[in-house]
Design a protein around this ligand. Sequence first.
Ligand SMILES: [Zn+2]
Ligand SMILES: [Zn+2]
Length: 179
Amino acid sequence: MLATIRRTATEDRLPEATPWRRCSACKKPIALGAVYWACNVSTCNQKRTALCFCSVSCWEVHLPGANHRESWAVEKRAPTTPDGGAEATPPASTGTGGVRRLVRTVGPASPTAAEKVPHEVLIVASRLKEYVRARVGYNTSDRVLEPLSDIVRRVVDEAIENARRDGRMTVLDRDLPDH
Ligand SMILES: [Zn+2]
Ligand SMILES: [Zn+2]
């Protein structure tokens, strides 16, 4: 009985109908105290233009125009009072306490973004030449550098895929495929 009264009192104080903001994508109201999604990228969280989304799929809507290198949706909770400001929960700095990171990376791994990744030589030419000279005394053509960089890229791409499967955003040595 007591519990029922208490719950009713809470509902009176926080009417669900009062919207906090509207979803930046679909314009659906986000209620006070409701869970919403923000973008991890700082330019999407500037005071005047802070984006908020009612769902992760709405967060994905802003990605094509945003041109983020790496991004993910961050679960947040709207303030419980209209003047509570945008920071009812502390920013994701702690990584704990109810702020959930949804790692849905959009970046170099998607085919369209991969085309924008610079296609550069990744090999230190002088070191490579030293190595070949030390081993067998041969010279090394500079034309080796580009295809060799492609091999490094292929191996690293595989490692990126392994890190992603683990839900990590850091490529570790153990992600590298065995050769
Ligand atoms: Zn929405
Ligand atoms: Zn964003």
